[in-house]
Design a protein around this ligand. Structure first.
Ligand SMILES: *Cc1c(COP(=O)(O)O)cnc(C)c1O
Length: 402
């Protein structure tokens, strides 16, 4: 339904344009049946999230429910090791253990204002499913989560959490029985229940306005970083911000208020899996080409004839064959520095953080931590690493390596 109306958008404009494009990426490539839902969201999301009443409730829940602001912690032993001032943005301390709750709080408030009664979501590792089930319980809304059967076996504790929170978890048995199949199933559900259902997408992916909307909800991360750096160092701008990228929501949030500050280097770290050339990788910018995935035009890991390639990463949160359109644009334009870390490198970095700082990170941000080794810092550099989640969910995996 959508065509690219923005082929000539100037680089250097990092936000989304009125057609939902970041440079050449983005848009809304959706089946006709979904047009009314997506159009309603496109027309209303900005005015709703700008209402005083919305802002007040969003801020209240971020503070008193999710536990914000999260600390910005100067990791002294890590800093000494890498020869820079390394600060950790502690999203791991959020309620439910990761940044995902920032977005699900925002979207549930939006769904309420659109008078939707039934919430659907897709989940891979179960983290987004848990964050969605959490806010549905909080608001008393019905919650249906689609999850690949294979992921349900791999992530049994999160399935139990969702059930405890009252969500219905529907196993998806099509395709590879993982995240991309769960996403297809959620879209199918939405098509069948267009009037009463709201689809909470968990990252900066999907048709416009989801990438922009999710980035705005997560932008609280960089808003706080600026304020906290100012208090701690006297200046608001770091030299580097590091974040891991699955779909790209924690990175979008950590980068957001620095996008136009070109002195700040934005470092996005993808999962190389067993190695970029191994056939078992999720490093989309290295392996992907332009294509359409889940309603938007972006970089996608696909075969020459457009079949999506099964990704691989040790971390379920980075195991996605695409990347949000904002990140595709940051990559193509050179504004972002894209690095990667392998499965074993991520585990090594997680062990290092645990032993140097007493913090066990999730496998996802462990990829970003490993990438600290790939750049040369000056002693005076201020480096922020977005610690997107905590490692409790990954202890079994870590134990296999110890
Ligand atoms: C889901 C998840 C990610 C990956 O998702 P993004 O949208 O790329 O942020 C990263 N870290 C943690 C802890 C997650 O749960």
């Amino acid at each position: 339904m959508s065509t690219n109306k923005n082929e000539k958008a100037p680089l250097g404009v990092w936000g989304v344009n009125e057609y939902g494009y970041y440079g050449e990426f983005g848009g809304a490539f959706i089946p006709e049946m979904l047009y009314p839902n997506v159009k309603e969201l496109q027309d209303r999301y900005l005015s709703i999230i700008r209402e005083d009443d919305f802002k007040k409730e969003f801020e209240h829940l971020l503070k008193d429910y999710a536990g914000r602001p999260t600390p910005l912690f100067l990791a002294e032993r890590l800093s000494e090791k890498y020869g820079a001032n390394i600060y950790l943005k502690r999203e791991d301390l959020c309620h439910t253990g990761a940044h995902k709750i920032n977005n699900t709080i925002g979207q549930i408030l939006l769904a309420q204002r659109l008078r939707k009664k039934r919430i659907i979501a897709e989940t891979g590792a179960g983290q987004h499913g848990v964050a969605t089930a959490t806010v549905c319980a909080l608001k008393g809304l019905a919650c249906i989560v689609y999850m690949g059967e294979k992921d349900m076996e791999r992530q049994a504790p999160n399935v139990a959490r969702m059930k405890m929170l009252g969500a219905k978890v529907i196993p998806v048995i099509s395709g590879s029985k993982t995240l991309k199949d769960a996403t297809n199933e959620a879209i199918r559900d939405w098509i069948n229940h267009p009037a009463d259902t709201y689809y909470i997408i968990g990252s900066v992916v999907g048709p416009h306005p989801y990438p922009d909307m999710v980035a705005r909800f997560q932008s609280i991360i960089s808003e706080e970083i600026r304020k906290q750096l100012k208090e701690k160092t006297g200046k608001e701008l770091p030299d580097y911000v590091f974040a891991c990228v699955g779909g790209g929501s924690n990175a979008a949030g950590a980068f957001y208020h620095f996008l136009d500050e070109t002195s700040v280097k934005l470092v996005a770290v993808e999962a190389a899996g067993q190695g970029i050339e191994s056939g078992f990788s999720a490093a989309t910018t290295q392996l992907g080409t332009t294509g359409i995935l889940h309603g938007s035009k972006s970089l996608v890991m696909q075969t020459a004839d457009g079949q999506v390639v099964e990704p691989h990463s040790i971390s379920a949160g980075l195991d996605y064959p695409g990347i949000g359109p904002m990140h595709a644009h940051l990559y193509n334009s050179g504004r972002g520095i894209f690095l990667s870390a392998t499965d074993t490198e991520a585990v090594e970095a997680a062990k290092e953080l645990a032993s140097l700082e007493g913090i066990i990170p999730a496998l996802e941000p462990a990829h970003a931590l490993f990438a600290l080794r790939k750049l040369q810092f000056k002693k005076s550099d201020i480096v922020v690493v977005n610690l997107s989640g905590r490692g409790d969910k990954d202890l079994d995996t870590y134990m296999k390596f110890i």
